[in-house]
Design a protein around this ligand. Structure first.
Ligand code: PLP
Length: 441
């Protein structure tokens, strides 16, 4: 079958049977899938029509070591052949989960030393809320139930994670939310303090924050923000949970996003970059102090567990992924290429009448579009989605964020990015921005 015929067949089947995650159904039904990918290699994805594109978001901020790595496939194959699956419920265990837990304890920030495995970021967030509340039950303060999160945050789509997500459209999507969640301004420590006072500190279990807000439009905290947040949490005895689902394992140019701010969390959620998307895995880490409370005070069963908590193949793949991140110096590369990425964004900003507010931390970066660079006035209809479409035509995949009147492009290319590939990314982006700028001139 030739690829055009196959494309048409798959496109019709897609429209008829495939309810896509986080997708405009109208657009899918009108146009079919934009790309039907067939394979990936390095920083590029290839599709059925023979096109190739730089994966400027590492797919969903996750394919950090790049596509098509045979050593990952071999690792998964060997593990599947030996022990594809066995449970970690009750006191069953296996070496991949034990070794990965120990490895994470070794590299994690501060005193994080024990891990609960999940299959992804949303499950990790829901797990964190439940473990935080259970911790307070064990400590004899069961009324500490509330979870405070930030506006513009994204924590996933399970019911708890949706309820914690600050981006309102995600919460409005479903008729009712989980109770005991509240929100504060994304960068105001004073707002956190006021909210704690208003709710009553004795009712607050934890505060959760992404070290760099990703899906909400790539926002970096102001100088000193996390230090202040940590000290407010300490003052009121509230747990600090960092959501490192995007930022962990080198993405920001350090092992963990929070490392940039010299702050130690009480709990940390991770997923995505732990396997670079080669298997589904996430988890929550707890400090030794929290773990000690669970060990000393639990009497019954820890009644929380997923069938795939500690999946052997996923854990083995994660260990291989971390070995690659370390042996190939990808954290350092993310730092260097991140500086390069920002330099290129700034030069596009300087050349263009509409691009503004370039920012990056490691290989997480953003560029905004404004009508007026002085006042930051936005266009009535956002330009970022148009730039995404122009970039895709030219061989670059990136994402737009338009929530809350934002008009932003976000980038998170694979950590293996070379200088040449980065300059190709810039040149495609520059052309895409110019093409859109022409239409409004
Ligand atoms: N937390 C953050 C910060 C995320 O960016 C995401 C996904 O993008 C999630 C949680 C949810 O992860 P998942 O899609 O694996 O459930």
């Amino acid at each position: 079958m030739n690829s055009e015929v196959l494309y048409r067949e798959l496109s019709e089947l897609d429209k008829k049977h495939f309810l896509h995650p986080t997708t405009s159904i109208k657009q899918q039904q009108e146009n079919g899938p934009d790309f039907i990918f067939t394979h990936g290699k390095g920083v590029r994805l290839f599709d059925l029509k023979g096109r190739s594109a730089i994966d400027g978001l590492s797919s969903l901020w996750n394919v950090n070591i790049g596509h098509g790595r045979e050593e990952m496939a071999r690792t998964a194959y060997e593990q599947m052949k030996t022990l594809a699956y066995s449970s970690c419920f009750a006191t069953y265990s296996h070496e991949p989960a034990i070794r990965l837990a120990a490895k994470l304890a070794d590299i994690a920030p501060g005193n994080l030393s024990a891990v609960f495995f999940t299959s992804g970021g949303s499950e990790s967030n829901d797990t964190a809320y439940k473990l935080a509340r259970h911790y307070w039950i064990l400590k004899g303060e069961p009324e500490r139930k509330k979870i405070i999160s930030r506006t513009k945050s994204y924590h996933g789509v399970a019911l708890g994670a949706t309820s914690a997500t600050g981006l309102k459209p995600f919460r409005d999507f479903t008729g009712s939310l989980a109770p005991d969640f509240c929100y504060v301004d994304h960068f105001s420590p004073a707002d956190l303090r006021n909210k704690i006072e208003e709710e009553g500190p004795e009712t607050v279990a934890a505060f959760i924050a992404e070290p760099v807000q990703g899906a909400g439009g790539l926002h970096l905290g102001p100088e000193g923000y996390f230090k202040e947040i940590r000290s407010i949490c300490d003052e009121y005895g509230i747990l600090l949970i960092t959501d490192e689902v995007i930022t962990a394992f080198g993405r920001t140019g350090s092992y963990f996003g929070i490392d940039h701010y010299s702050v130690e969390p009480d709990m940390m959620c991770f997923a995505k970059g732990i396997t670079s998307g080669y298997a589904q895995l996430g988890g929550v880490m707890l400090t030794e102090e929290l773990h000690r409370v669970f060990i000393d005070r639990s009497e019954g069963t820890l009644l929380h567990g997923y069938t795939y908590s500690g999946h052997p193949m996923a854990c083995t793949v994660a260990l291989k992924n971390l070995e690659i991140v370390e042996s190939e110096g990808l954290i350092e590369n993310a730092r260097k290429m991140g500086e390069e990425m920002l330099k290129g964004f700034r030069s596009i900003e300087a050349e263009s009448g509409i691009a503004a507010n370039a920012r990056a931390l490691g290989l997480m970066g953003a560029l905004e579009f404004v009508k007026n660079k002085e006042t930051n006035e936005r266009f009535q209809s956002p330009l970022a989605p148009k730039v995404v479409a122009e970039a895709a035509k030219r061989g670059l995949i990136c994402r737009s964020v338009v929530f809350d009147q934002q008009d932003t492009l976000v980038f998170a290319p694979p950590l293996i990015m070379s200088r040449e590939e980065m300059s190709e990314l810039h040149s495609i982006l520059e052309d895409a921005v110019k093409a859109v700028e022409k239409t409004i001139a």
